[in-house]
Design a binder for this molecule. Structure first.
Ligand SMILES: Cc1cc2nc3c(=O)[nH]c(=O)nc-3n(C[C@H](O)[C@H](O)[C@H](O)COP(=O)(O)OP(=O)(O)OC[C@H]3O[C@@H](n4cnc5c(N)ncnc54)[C@H](O)[C@@H]3O)c2cc1C
Length: 370
């Protein structure tokens, strides 16, 4: 970064990640963005200092506290000069990263490559820096190689490094890398965000509505309760679908969101948006509970780095139980039903509607743990 920013004096083309924290929590994909940028990161947002210390793989982190409320337009204008000299600027493709990245690209006058799987700086034969990236398109089924002759801003898809998709700051142990340098950006480096862009056209925040645990993006859930084929062993499709609906309520009553394996989504017992894995959603919860899930690599590849894993399985030596902190050898379906009973889930009501009734009594634990 520039001399003016004080962030770096380096002349060689470099990369840096920008990560937006909320209340000290890091978004899914933060770890990968840092890795893609070679360990250099600017952490902004609320609780930025603590979040910077929670990031693994950091070589050099700069943080800047921007307080509550996220104003991506102002932030983009404030950050543009700070990261101006960087050839590659990487943001996680998290909601805040997707909000900030296009504004930052516009403020810097650079192209934006959205949803890249990999990105790196390259030098052409004349010594000019550029960016090579692999961009995911067609619902991530097609990868397109892109070569930008010059600097670029990219958003990186979480999960692209095989499952360690991100970190939730605060919940994990501190992971400061030995020798990592973590420092505050001076006010002379970044200045006041509101002064940087008085006409940034950021919306005024009237109210922050917590996502509904039934429908929130699984990738943001800090507790995930997942069901696999073993949870519906011996049931027909209709009964299996009902049990997955019950699982949604049980998960919500536990303050979490329901996930599933591909066997379950392919069978139609639950929606594809709940599929966790290499061809599904990447999660990174504090707690992951697996009901009748074998733990195939394609599933665990989307698990991130959960702090606690509980596996309920009749096979004590299945991979899921092997990687769990707590393994229960039990019938997964029976345990879901028992939990539903104890948590006050209206199993009969859920079964009769076929799908979870949003806002029903069992779904009242709406605290956003994301
Ligand atoms: C290209 C490709 C991509 C894939 N992508 C994904 C993906 O993104 N996500 C994904 O999940 N899968 C994916 N898969 C599928 C993956 O390989 C596994 O087949 C799948 O994850 C297994 O799902 P499962 O654990 O529900 O079922 P199973 O493998 O059938 O395991 C069922 C488990 O339940 C246990 N069990 C049985 N009865 C009971 C009972 N009564 N109580 C408790 N436990 C019981 C069994 O011991 C077993 O461990 C992919 C596969 C391929 C080839």
């Amino acid at each position: 970064m520039s001399d003016a920013s004080g962030v770096s004096q380096e002349q060689v083309p470099t990369a840096v990640a920008i990560v937006v924290a909320r209340d000290g929590r890091l978004p899914v994909g933060a770890t990968e963005a840092v890795a893609e940028a070679g360990g250099r990161v600017v952490v902004v947002g609320s609780g930025a200092a603590g979040a910077a210390r929670d990031l693994p793989g950091v070589v050099h982190a700069w943080w800047h506290e921007t307080g509550p409320g996220f104003r991506p337009g102002e932030l983009a204008h404030a950050l543009a000069p700070v990261v101006g000299p960087e050839t590659l600027v990487v943001l996680p493709a998290s909601p805040d990263g997707r909000d900030l990245a296009p504004r930052l690209a516009a403020a810097m006058g650079r192209p934006l490559l959205a949803r890249v799987l990999t990105a790196n700086v390259r030098i052409d034969k004349d010594g000019n820096p550029g960016v090579q990236a692999s961009v995911a398109r067609v619902d991530d089924h097609v990868l397109v190689a892109v070569d930008v002759p010059g600097a670029a801003v990219v958003t990186l898809i979480g999960g692209s490094r095989g499952g360690h998709g991100g970190a939730h700051g605060g919940a994990h142990e501190s992971v400061v890398s030995p020798g990592a340098s973590i420092e505050a950006l001076g006010s002379s480096d970044i200045g006041s965000t509101s002064e940087s862009a008085p006409d940034a056209l950021d919306p005024d925040l009237i109210e922050l509505v917590a996502p509904h645990l039934h429908t929130m993006d699984l990738g943001h859930a800090t507790r995930v309760v997942a069901g696999g084929a073993g949870m519906v062993s011996g049931l027909d499709d209709h009964q299996a679908t009902s049990r997955f609906s019950v699982l949604v309520h049980v998960a919500a009553a536990l303050g979490g969101s329901a996930g599933a394996t591909r066997v379950a989504t392919d069978a139609g017992w639950t929606g594809y948006e709940r599929q966790i894995g290499t061809t599904g959603v990447t999660v990174d919860p504090d707690l992951y509970v697996a009901f009748g899930v074998s733990g195939a690599a394609q599933h665990t590849g989307g698990l991130g780095n959960p702090r606690h894993i509980v596996s309920i399985n009749t096979d004590p030596s299945c991979p899921m139980t092997a990687m769990a902190d707590l393994g229960l050898v039990a019938d997964a379906g029976d345990l879901v039903d028992e939990l539903a009973r104890r948590l006050g889930v209206d199993v009969a009501g859920v079964a009769s509607t076929g799908s979870p009734a949003l806002g029903s009594p069992s779904g009242t634990s709406e605290g956003n743990h994301a």
